[in-house]
Design a protein around this ligand. Sequence first.
Ligand SMILES: CC(=O)N[C@H]1[C@@H](OP(=O)(O)OP(=O)(O)OC[C@H]2O[C@@H](n3ccc(=O)[nH]c3=O)[C@H](O)[C@@H]2O)O[C@H](CO)[C@@H](O)[C@@H]1O
Ligand SMILES: C=C(OP(=O)(O)O)C(=O)O
Length: 428
Amino acid sequence: MADLIVDGGHPISGTVSPSGNKNAVLPMLCATLLTDEPVTLENVPEISDVAKILAYFESMGSTVARADDGATLTIRHDFNAFRDGDADLPLGIRSAVLLLAPVMVRTGTLTFDTDAKGCALGLREIDPHLEILEQFGARIVATHPYDIRREDRLKGQEIWADYASVTATETFAMIAATAEGSSVLMNAASEPHVQALCEMLRSMGAKIDGLGTSRLSVTGVERLSGTRVRVPDDHHEVATFLAIGGVTGGRLTVKTDITPHMTLILRQFEKLGLQFETTDDSITVTGWTREISRPYTREMLPKIEAAPWPYFPADLLPQAIGVAVGCHSEIMFWNKIYEGALAWSSELAKFGARVHLSDPHRLIVFGGNNLRPAEVEAPYIIRVVLGLFLAAIQVEGQSTIRKADPIRRAHPRFVEKLTELGAQVRWA
Ligand SMILES: CC(=O)N[C@H]1[C@@H](OP(=O)(O)OP(=O)(O)OC[C@H]2O[C@@H](n3ccc(=O)[nH]c3=O)[C@H](O)[C@@H]2O)O[C@H](CO)[C@@H](O)[C@@H]1O
Ligand SMILES: C=C(OP(=O)(O)O)C(=O)O
């Protein structure tokens, strides 16, 4: 495990381009299994989760060609069955669960023994995925390890999910695209990455309606073709860079075409005193007042709530918390999704921040802290490393974030990009 050494208190200014969205590229890579034709993906981030999925493809005999820009991949699969011993799905990443649907559609057989655990945010269940497979007609023959099979083409279904799950919605879309007849998913997730997968499937010939809403309807087609598509920029990374620029007193511009997806995200960071200017292809952080916006309802505690899209994303809550520790007054953070995503907040006390974990979902950050550099340890949660980084980078002096490696799962060249913008930060 590697540590991040952060020399805080220096303005980070300039212009930066964000990477492709990890949570978009992973389902898009998995969807390449739905066709025998080549698929080209542009703006692919060089991250360890992508490397694990590509290693799995190559172990199955698929070809992966990388263009000179390093970010354009052309993938072609020609296996249609597992050979003995080849069926190990990659472990240790949540998106392993996204291989289940396309492998089932492609080969008719699934054997695996993984809980597809990702970041340590609480229980990461696989039940919604298995339920969808079963509802479309696959049979669970054995569990732990799992042996799941289908005899015929999967059959279209109307499903009303318990909750709007990102990866389960992606599983649904990948199965329904070529299932017989029509399918509907109520309580579908609608995150930008879910929309990106559905747009990719459409460009392969799938008939999908309801993108960006909670009702996805799909008319199954016999086969999907190859395509060439671009992975969207990562809205988590866009917001993170802007926050880093703001808390260091810099003026930082992020070049991106995803400003329409950033409206609520920027509004929540504005509650923390960050100031932005937006154009069609860029967002600039221009200042940080440290003042939390006061609600008109004077008795109410200001709050930022994270929930499934179009709410503020749970994967941005740690970064918002990392900004809030430097503000002048108090604000509550409410993670409506995960029951284990806030325990790390006790590390913030080492910077001199005062926080109170009200229950597993709600955290109050008190303002007016006299922050100091600290040595802290990150849990296995990508975006918490960024939250701790935001606390460290705003304080003058040297801080250390132990076990910071999880950011390599989503944010390529993070340290290099920040160094180019004037940050004093390095791996150790
Ligand atoms: C590879 C990938 O894309 N990972 C993302 C995906 O994970 P993932 O798809 O695993 O997350 P889900 O959307 O399934 O939600 C995770 C867990 O939250 C709980 N839950 C969720 C929604 C809800 O309304 N009620 C509820 O209880 C469930 O216990 C569920 O197991 O979406 C999460 C939520 O945006 C993000 O944090 C992850 O980065
Ligand atoms: C929680 C995350 O990832 P995963 O679901 O892959 O663990 C994340 O991307 O912040």
